[in-house]
Design a protein around this ligand. Structure first.
Ligand code: TXA
Ligand code: MG
Length: 333
């Protein structure tokens, strides 16, 4: 099934350029790295069956080996090659949310390389909902291992320009698919240890997943920790200070201490806030950026709060305050 993408995959930015897709497949088959747009964030893709190519991803990102990568597939029909077992719940979620911002963690087949999973017996799998990513996946045929296309612990890129600035020198090809529509990474649900659990909040709301499965899904952020993992992730160059309510007061107090202070101004609408979060964090040139946590953990609020807390990292007292309130305190990356 390598038919070209149909009209349903034409994005507001236009259909994928067939020549660029052919070029991307050539680079991938030769063991190269292609940065490509997904609906969540830009990914740094390599042939998941080529150990040398996957190793290059870790080098390009400066990411310690042992951190598992998500394998991107063209459709749910490809799952069988990568997972030994697809529980009903995982099949239900795939049917409901793929292509889309959902990753399922399943027991891996022998095909899946250790370098992809960090030696774990499980693999993260997802079908992205971007016309360019889907066109490349369909033309390529295999799976694409792809983390977010940023340096280790940095802010994920949501435009091709972000990738170019940060990784332009080490990537063989960058495909521009416009700004990412979701703006935060996929929701990760682990099916490998009995009842499903949430490993990372993301673009699909936990409530929507629970409604599809018909039962509650416990939050287990950080339950699986890759070796060499650090608490500081999604971190911009500025220090991030979190607050609830009006950020003006905290910003003023920090200014009085002599810091150059910026205030993150995210829209109230959670989908718009998610779309803008990373670009705003990247743009900060001040010493400190003050960010207001969304009041609610409902819907995308959970992912937004998670990313802000991680961006603040262990550098601030705010994190300890959040830890005390049971907020996710460290990252899976
Ligand atoms: O939206 C996304 O998921 C983006 C786009 C590019 O698809 N990708 C992404 O990849 O965020 P990365 O590598 O930045 O984050 C992948 C996350 C990590 O937290 C990793 O620990 C987790 O997925 N992960 C991958 N495989 C896993 C596994 N077998 N078990 C547990 N966690 C896994
Ligand atoms: Mg990442």
């Amino acid at each position: 099934m390598t038919e070209p993408p149909g009209p349903e995959y034409v994005s507001p930015e236009g259909a994928p350029d067939p020549d660029r897709v052919v070029e991307a497949v050539r680079v991938l088959r030769a063991g190269g790295l292609v940065a490509l747009p997904t609906e969540t964030v830009y990914g740094l893709a390599a042939d998941a069956d080529n150990a040398a190519a996957v190793t290059r991803i870790f080098e390009a990102k400066g990411r310690p080996s042992g951190h598992p990568l998500i394998v991107h597939l063209r459709d749910a029909g490809a799952l069988g090659g990568w997972a030994t077992e697809v529980p009903n719940g995982a099949a239900q979620l795939a049917a409901a949310f793929w292509p889309g911002p959902l990753t399922v963690v399943l027991p891996k087949t022998a095909r899946v390389l250790d370098v992809v999973t960090g030696g774990q017996p499980t693999v993260g799998l997802r079908v992205p909902a971007h016309p360019v990513a889907l066109a490349v996946l369909r033309a390529f045929g295999g799976g694409l291992a792809a983390p977010s296309a940023n340096r280790f612990q940095g802010v994920s890129p949501t435009t091709a320009a972000h990738v170019r600035e940060e990784l332009g020198a080490v990537v063989d090809l960058i495909l521009d698919g416009g700004p990412c529509a979701v703006g935060v990474e996929s929701t990760i649900i682990d099916f490998s240890a009995g009842l499903p659990r949430l490993l990372r909040p993301g673009g699909v709301a936990l409530e929507a997943i629970e409604a599809t499965l018909g039962h509650a899904v416990p939050i287990a952020v950080g339950a699986i920790r890759a070796s060499g993992e650090h608490a500081l992730h999604y971190a911009p160059s500025a220090r991030v200070e979190l607050c609830t309510g009006d950020p003006g007061e905290l910003a003023e107090a920090l200014r009085r201490r002599g810091d150059r202070v910026a205030v993150l101004s995210l829209p109230d609408d959670l989908a718009s806030a998610a779309r803008e979060l990373y670009a705003q964090l990247r743009a900060v040139t001040a010493d400190v950026v003050v960010a207001e946590l969304p009041a609610s953990s409902k819907g995308l609020g959970l992912a937004l709060r998670d990313r802000l807390v991680r961006a603040a990292g262990p550098r601030t007292e705010s994190l300890d305050a959040n830890r005390a309130t049971g907020e996710p305190a460290f990252a899976l990356e």
